[in-house]
Each structure stands twice: as structure tokens, then as C-alpha cells.
Design a protein around this ligand. Structure first.
Ligand code: G6P
Length: 370
């Protein structure tokens, strides 16, 4: 088993460290950063449906739902198509309105999650076109889809998803860029910039793993006894705040909540005291000034601030108790970097608490029952 883990203590850590490769594999043969073209035969296959669609519905569960939520922000911005993101378990039971003009994107690592599978089965019966973003080749969701694009994360053993999530994001960015190109809703300069930045992600993730691992271990040591955590982010980093909180609760059993940073005033701020660590996903983006003032609000109430920041951000670095740094990249792509420190933070806190991080209690890798 030690050999299977490639010298890592756990599959989860091994899988976190595989991400430069798995993101690269998910982009390879699709994104040509020199020619700045994207080849995705699945998107080309349903191009007419996508052009005619009034909306896209994304259906998923768990971590895959967080990838879907980010995709909503990205697809609406770049493709100017309405996107709805649905928890598969809710969607399948609430008699949703679906027509043959709808395109449904199902996001699933395993391709076997029962709720996601039944949700798209129902939608297909009502005439919708199904596009699958799935990791396991030949799985039920992959087979049911009319078209799709596989993530190339390789087998994910750790129950808490890491490399499958970043592979999903990589593919969803490609889908968004490709659809935007087909629809003509993106300027050439932005398309070029985003595809160039996407191509840099594997190298940047490697830099984070090389430079931040020891730092994050030390941050984890400081907060491993916390009872609760709050994760806050805005815009493209909001889904990452949700994912950071989910990762922590899954493997450390610490209660953690993710929230849109501005929404904290409507509730979570009541929890803030000197014992509450608040993780801000605060990379440099168009929301930066606003998130800085959210950080000040937490500091004024003596909360402990841990921030994911862009390299060279002295403002947040000075305000925060602890920082984890990621390279600067276009804000739309930034979530692919900002999630990495949060995965490591959860991992080290789980390990410090003596838990079986690869197999957390009560959780299953793939939920094939309701
Ligand atoms: C389970 C797993 C999660 C996963 C979710 C959705 O809850 O523990 O890691 O995100 O199912 O699974 P899927 O295979 O559909 O992505």
C-alpha cells in the first residue's frame, strides 16, 4: 500500500500533489496555447443545441456541485447564456420545467451518483440534451450523456475529492471558452489571455505545492483545535469558499461553513470572536477592495483571519493573521489556484487530529443510493 501511495502518507496527499499532472492531462490535446484553439469534440457535436439553448442547467452533488457553481459564473460571463445550478437530489424530485431546448451539464467524478444519474435520465425523457463531465470512462452518466468531455484525473481513491475537482474546473473552463467562441460572445484579447493563463495553471499549481506546503502545515498546526471555521469569498472565489469548508468538515469533522463574504453580515458575523478562524479566499480581483473591508470587519471583532492571497499583496498580508500565497493569474482562472492551499489546510488539520483522512466516517466515495 505504501508503494501505491507513491511515498505519500495518504492517497489524499498524493492526489493533491498529482494536480499539476492531472490538470495538464485534462487540458492536453484540447487547449493549444500556441494556436489558441480549443478542440472539444463533445461541444462541437451539440453546437447547434448550445447555440439554440436559452439556458444551461448544471446538475451535480457535493464537490462536483461546487465545480458547477463556478461554471455558472464563468459561462454566464463569457457565453452570455443563463445558467442554473441544481443539486441533483432536489432537481430530480421537484418536477422542474424542462424542454427540448435545454442543455443539461452533468458533473460527476464517479459517473455513478444515483441522484445525478436519475436527474439526467428524467431530463433526457423530456427532450433535453445531456452533456457529461465525468471522470470514470464508461460509467453510467457517461453512457447516458449525448455528448461530453472526460476529466483526466485518473482514479481518485481519497473519499474527499481533490484532483477530480480541479480537473472538472479545467474542463469546464475549456467548455466555457469553446462555447463563447462558437457564440461569438468573447473578445479575442480576453480569449487569448484566458487560454494562455489556463495553460500556465499546471506550472503554477506546482509552485504552490513547492512553496506553500510547509507554510500551510504550520498554519494547520495553529488551528487544528478550532471548533468551527468560517470560509468567505466573493465572485469567482465564492464557490471555492464553499469547497474549502466542505473539505475541512469532511476530513477533520470540524464544523465549517462557506458563505459569500458580503452575506456574513446577515448571520455568520454573530459567531465571530477570538476563537473563530475565518478563511478568506482573497486573491487580487475586481472584488479585492470589498473583501479587504470584510477582513477588517472580522478583525474588528477579534476573529482570526487566514487568507489565500496573490503574490505581492501586502494589504491583506498585513491584515491577516496567516496567509497562504498563490501566483497572480486572471481572476476567472484564479479559483483553480486558490483551492489548492485549502485542500492542504484541510488535509493537515485532519492528520493533526489523528483522523483517517482517506476514509472519513460516514462518507462514501460514490453515493449510489438515495
Ligand atoms: C460523494 C463524495 C464526494 C463527491 C460527491 C459527488 O459525496 O464523497 O467527494 O463530490 O459524492 O460524487 P460524483 O462522483 O458524482 O462527483
Amino acid at each position: 500500500a505504501a508503494i501505491e501511495k507513491g511515498g505519500f502518507d495518504h492517497f489524499m496527499l498524493k492526489e493533491i500533489f498529482e494536480q499539476p499532472q492531472t490538470i495538464f492531462d485534462s487540458l492536453r490535446g484540447r487547449l493549444d496555447a500556441v494556436q489558441q484553439t480549443i478542440t472539444l469534440s463533445g461541444v462541437e457535436k451539440i453546437a447547434d443545441k448550445l447555440l439554440a439553448a436559452d439556458r444551461i442547467i448544471i446538475v451535480a452533488c457535493g464537490t462536483s456541485w461546487h465545480a458547477g457553481l463556478l461554471a455558472e459564473y464563468v459561462i454566464e460571463e463569457l457565453c452570455r447564456i443563463n445558467v442554473e445550478v441544481e443539486y441533483a437530489s432536489e432537481f430530480r424530485y421537484r418536477n422542474p420545467i424542462i424542454t427540448d431546448k435545454d442543455v443539461i451539464i452533468a458533473v460527476s467524478q464517479s459517473g455513478e451518483t444515483a441522484d445525478t444519474l436519475v436527474a439526467i435520465e428524467n431530463a433526457k425523457k423530456q427532450g433535453a440534451t445531456i452533456f457529461g463531465i465525468v471522470n470514470v470512462v464508461g460509467s453510467s452518466i457517461a453512457r447516458l450523456s449525448d455528448a461530453g468531455a472526460y476529466t483526466h484525473a485518473g482514479p481518485e481513491i481519497g473519499v474527499a475529492s481533490t484532483k477530480a475537482f480541479t480537473a472538472q474546473l479545467a474542463v469546464l473552463y475549456l467548455v466555457a471558452l469553446k462555447v463563447a467562441r462558437i457564440k461569438g460572445t468573447i473578445e479575442d484579447t480576453l480569449y487569448d489571455r484566458l487560454s494562455a493563463d489556463l495553460a500556465k495553471v499546471p506550472e503554477y499549481v506546482q509552485q504552490i505545492l513547492d512553496k506553500q506546503d510547509m507554510i500551510i502545515r504550520a498554519v494547520a498546526a495553529k488551528y487544528s483545535d478550532a471548533r468551527d471555521f468560517l470560509y468567505l469569498g466573493r465572485g469567482y472565489n465564492f464557490p471555492i469558499a464553499l469547497e474549502g469548508a466542505l473539505k475541512l468538515k469532511e476530513i477533520s469533522y470540524i464544523h465549517a461553513e462557506g458563505y459569500p463574504a458580503a452575506e456574513m453580515k446577515h448571520g455568520p458575523i454573530a459567531l465571530v470572536d477570538e476563537n473563530l478562524p475565518v478563511v478568506f479566499v482573497a486573491t487580487k480581483d475586481s472584488y479585492h477592495e470589498k473583501i479587504v473591508s470584510n477582513i477588517q470587519e472580522i478583525k474588528a471583532r477579534k476573529g482570526k483571519v487566514i487568507a489565500v492571497v496573490s503574490e505581492g499583496d501586502s494589504v491583506v498580508t498585513d491584515l491577516a493573521d496567516d496567509v497562504m500565497t498563490v501566483p497572480q493569474i486572471h481572476e476567472i482562472i484564479a479559483p483553480l489556484l486558490s483551492v489548492i492551499p485549502l485542500q492542504l489546510l484541510s488535509y493537515y488539520i485532519g492528520v493533526n487530529r489523528g483522523l483517517d483522512v482517506d476514509k472519513p466516517r460516514n462518507l462514501a466515495k460514490s453515493v449510489t443510493v438515495e
